[in-house]
Design a binder for this molecule. Sequence first.
Ligand SMILES: NC(=O)c1ccc[n+]([C@@H]2O[C@H](COP(=O)([O-])OP(=O)(O)OC[C@H]3O[C@@H](n4cnc5c(N)ncnc54)[C@H](OP(=O)(O)O)[C@@H]3O)[C@@H](O)[C@H]2O)c1
Length: 209
Amino acid sequence: MASIGVLGAGRVGSNLARALAAAGHQVTLGVRESEQTVEGAGIGYADHAATARAADVVINATPGDSALERLTALRAELAGKILVDVSNATIDGADGLPGDLCYPGSSLAEQLQAALPGTHVVKTLNTMLFMVMTAPGALSIPPTAYLSGNDVQAKKTVAGLLGDLGWQPAWIEDLGDIVTARATEAMILVVPHVLRRNGFTSFAVSLAR
Ligand SMILES: NC(=O)c1ccc[n+]([C@@H]2O[C@H](COP(=O)([O-])OP(=O)(O)OC[C@H]3O[C@@H](n4cnc5c(N)ncnc54)[C@H](OP(=O)(O)O)[C@@H]3O)[C@@H](O)[C@H]2O)c1
């Protein structure tokens, strides 16, 4: 059982918190308003700093375009921890869907790792709609969960958590160090086009073999 802090109680954060608590982990959801709760048993609530301080693994499920500044301010709380970044750092187009990358030629994950040298940043799960993260077996074709990060042990820990969410080992693709996140972060560029054509139905940007 791991002590997990999830920053952000939106669609992604509350979905992950529920599923990880149901899998038996000790989960705290980092919220901005103290009265905020989500459906699901066994979830604790705290502000973002207290959530990061108490956890061994911290998941960033807040908007990616402002995450660098927000998480850098939590440098002390995140020291020695695994930071799982599932966010997408994008500039919205006129219709509110992602239109461009905030860090072309780099990635949010690389920026986070540079700003937080004492933290093991692992990028994953940003390449799918939120419902796929906790129910990968529900798609007709096995989806892919990419992993990017410099620390092999941290990626093993995160792969274990993915297993608890229903991800089979064959569906998890460790791409290498944190620089590889610039490829998976760029995959967000296909997402708005798929959503416009097909609506908000489950999909993941995956490898077919
Ligand atoms: N939705 C998806 O299918 C999907 C898939 C892959 C990746 N992602 C990425 O996952 C992240 C979360 O997406 P989402 O769909 O869950 O978004 P969302 O439903 O809008 O939730 C965002 C969460 O971040 C919090 N937040 C916003 N601004 C904040 C700030 N300045 N300080 C602290 N907390 C702040 C919000 O808190 P309040 O409730 O207090 O406003 C909310 O809990 C984004 O980076 C997104 O790109 C989303």
